[in-house]
Design a protein around this ligand. Structure first.
Ligand SMILES: *Cc1c(COP(=O)(O)O)cnc(C)c1O
Length: 396
C-alpha cells in the first residue's frame, strides 16, 4: 500500500461530516451528531450561522485578498474594535493559533531587544502546555509526544509546573523574558490556572521587568464567559494570542499587545501574506457583531453553569466511570476513571454525541457558545446513556 494522498498524521475517526446545522453535524450517510466539540472550540456560533455566513459571502464577492502592501480599512476597523474591548493597544492578524504564538514569542523577545537587553530571550512555559505545532510552538512545551524527532528545537524556553507559582518564580534569571501560559489549559486536560498562580506571575513580571504572555487561543473569545479568560482573574497581560473562536471557523488568529510590549515591532519586523486579509477581517467582524451584543457572554456563563450542574448531578449515578467536572464557562472537562479516548469514541459511534479527548483522561466538552437548555438536556441524556452502555476495552 502506498501512503494516502492526505498525509496520515491524524488518527481520523469514521465520522465524515458533510453538513452542519446549528449545534448539529450531519455525516455522509445522513446521520446526525450533537456537536459538543465545535471543531475544537472553533465553531463558537455553531454551524451555518446566518450572520457569519452572509458576512463571508458578501466579502468574498467584494474583495477577498490584496496583500499587506496596501492600506487595510477592514483590518483597522477590526483591530480598533478588539482594542476597544480588551487590554490591548495593537493587534497583528495571523491565519492560525500557532502563528499567533509565534508572533507573541517574537514580540516578547523584541521588547527586551528594544530595551537593550537582548539576552533576556527566554520564556518560562509550563508542563502539559499546548501552543501549536510550529517549531516555535513545540519548543514552548515539554510534551515529548509533540517534540520527539523534531530536534533541534528552538532555544529560549524553560519549563515549570503548571499552577506551581514558587517553581515558576525559581526559574527567573538574567535571561528571562517573561512567562507564556494558558489561563485554562485545553489540550492538557482543561486545567484551570488558580487565581494565586496567574496573579503571582503578574506580580513577578512587574517586579522583574518581565512580560506576561497569555495563550488564549482556546480559552479566549467568549469560551469561558468573558471575551478573554484573564478578565476573570483581575490580571492584565502584556501580550495575548487568540485564534480558534475568533472567526467562528474561518482561519484567523491574532496577537494582541500593549503599546509598551509591542515597542520592538516596527516596520519590517514581522509579516504574513494572508494574515488580516479582507475575507478574514469580515469573518472576525461578524463574530464580534454577535459576541458584543448585550447578553452574549451572560448567556455563555449561564449555559456553562447549567451544563456543569447537569454533569455534576450525573456523576454519582455513574461513579464507576466519572470522577469530577472542571473548567470555566463552556470550556468544561469531565475527568474519567477510565480511558477517555475510548469513551469519546463510544459516545460518538453509539450515542451521536461529539466531544474531544484531552490529557489526564479528561473529556473536553466544548459546545457552540449559542447552545440552549434543550441541547444541554440532550447532551446529559446521551452521556448518561453512554455511561450505562460503555464497556472499557481491556487492552487499548
Ligand atoms: C489550538 C491551540 C493552539 C494552536 O492553534 P492552531 O490554530 O492549531 O495553530 C495554540 N494554543 C492553544 C492553547 C490551542 O488550544
Amino acid at each position: 500500500m502506498s501512503m494516502p494522498a492526505l498525509m496520515p498524521v491524524y488518527p481520523r475517526c469514521d465520522v465524515r461530516p458533510v453538513r452542519g446545522e446549528g449545534c448539529y453535524l450531519i455525516g455522509e450517510r445522513g446521520e446526525r451528531y450533537l456537536d459538543f466539540a465545535s471543531g475544537i472550540a472553533v465553531n463558537a456560533l455553531g454551524h451555518g450561522h446566518p450572520h457569519l455566513t452572509k458576512a463571508i459571502q458578501d466579502q468574498a464577492a467584494t474583495l477577498m485578498h490584496v496583500s499587506n502592501l496596501y492600506g487595510s480599512p477592514q483590518g483597522e476597523a477590526l483591530a480598533e474594535r478588539i482594542v476597544a474591548n480588551s487590554f490591548a493597544d495593537t493587534v497583528f492578524f495571523t491565519n492560525s493559533g500557532a502563528e499567533a504564538i509565534e508572533c507573541a514569542i517574537k514580540t516578547a523577545r523584541r521588547y527586551h531587544y528594544a530595551n537593550g537587553n537582548p539576552q533576556r530571550n527566554t520564556l518560562i512555559t509550563f508542563d502539559t502546555a499546548f501552543h501549536g505545532r510550529t517549531l516555535g510552538a513545540i519548543s514552548a512545551t515539554n510534551q515529548a509526544k509533540m517534540r520527539d524527532g523534531f530536534e533541534p528545537l528552538l532555544p529560549g524556553f524553560a519549563y515549570a509546573t503548571f499552577n506551581d507559582l514558587a517553581g515558576a518564580l525559581a526559574l527567573i534569571d538574567d535571561h528571562t523574558a517573561g512567562f507564556l501560559v494558558e489561563p485554562v489549559q485545553g489540550e492538557g486536560g482543561i486545567r484551570v490556572a488558580s487565581h494565586e498562580f496567574l496573579q503571582g506571575l503578574r506580580k513577578a513580571c512587574d517586579e522583574h521587568g518581565l512580560l506576561l504572555v497569555l495563550d488564549e487561543v482556546q480559552c479566549g473569545y467568549g469560551r469561558t464567559g468573558t471575551l478573554f479568560a484573564h478578565e476573570q482573574y483581575g490580571v492584565v497581560p502584556d501580550i495575548v494570542s487568540a485564534a480558534k473562536g475568533i472567526a467562528g471557523g474561518f482561519p484567523l488568529g491574532a496577537c494582541l499587545a500593549t503599546q509598551e510590549a509591542a515597542k520592538g515591532m516596527v516596520f519590517g519586523t514581522h509579516g504574513s501574506t494572508y494574515g488580516g486579509n479582507p475575507l478574514g477581517m469580515a469573518a472576525g467582524s461578524a463574530i464580534l457583531d454577535v459576541m458584543l451584543e448585550p447578553g452574549f457572554f451572560e448567556h455563555v456563563a449561564t449555559m456553562g453553569n447549567r451544563l456543569r450542574q447537569g454533569l455534576e448531578q450525573m456523576i454519582p449515578n455513574h461513579d464507576h466511570l466519572f470522577e469530577s467536572v472542571r473548567g470555566m464557562g463552556l470550556m468544561l472537562g469531565l475527568k474519567l476513571k477510565s480511558d477517555c479516548r475510548q469513551f469519546v469514541a463510544h459516545c460518538r459511534d453509539h450515542h451521536g454525541l461529539l466531544m474531544v479527548a484531552a490529557g489526564e483522561n479528561v473529556v473536553r466538552i466544548l459546545p457552540p457558545l449559542v447552545i440552549e437548555e434543550a441541547h444541554i438536556a440532550e447532551a446529559i441524556e446521551k452521556l448518561s446513556e453512554a455511561a450505562r452502555t460503555f464497556v472499557p476495552a481491556s487492552n487499548d
